[in-house]
Design a protein around this ligand. Sequence first.
Ligand code: PRT
Ligand code: ZN
Length: 225
Amino acid sequence: MFDNNRVRIAMQKTGRLSSDSIKLLTCCGIKINLKQQKLIAFAENMPIDVMLVRDDDIPGLVMDGVVDLGIVGENVLEEELLKRISQKSEYSYITLRRLDFGICRLSLAIPVSTIYSDITCLKNIRIATSYPHLLKKYLDEKKIRFKSCMLNGSVEVAPRAGLADAICDLVSTGATLEANGLREVQVVYRSHACLICRTGDINHIKKEVINKLMTRIKGVIKARE
Ligand code: PRT
Ligand code: ZN
């Protein structure tokens, strides 16, 4: 039964942010019953429900007020924000805290054999990416015209497959780029996971829970520094 006094928090079901997100809540002393791989898990000792979803759905769930909180990469959040701005849709949310995991960068990379001196070398080339809005914002600011190729996966193989001249993708260690014969040439966006909150009315019972959670998160992150 849906209880309006329980805080709903959306986090990634399976992927790079899942275990760190769950670990953060666990370190905050929240006991989550994760036994069944269901869409919703219930905290046993605090009025918190955890919605386990695809990371791409989290900004929208918060911006549309379906959940109260979300843990998501700033890259996914900013891309959704830029998309909504371009579509003139609603996009309000509050960032409560940048978190200490999910650290990566969105970068432009080209085949190692391609000559590169500066960003003007990217003029009019075709770039494969899953982040078309972040890429456009960055290259528009630099006044570089380009052609895009939208791919939701396997972006790093696009140049070898003849689909694009360059890519704009997430990088953490750089091993994937290297394995695909690519060289990172520009950082477009630096990202961490973050905790976001919906705007609009939140009742005082939920506000108290959110404040308590924030105090604990602050303490957990401080202790890990
Ligand atoms: O299924 P779902 O849609 O929920 O997950 P997903 O496959 O879309 O996302 P997932 O789990 O891959 O990543 C979730 C979030 O983790 C991203 O949105 C980032 O905020 C963060 N993150 C941190 C990363 C990386 N590091 C990362 N290295 N996301 C992806 N990668 C990928 C990158 O796309 C590339 O394929 O890892 C590869 C590069 O890694 P290195 O170490 O070889 O450079
Ligand atoms: Zn995703």
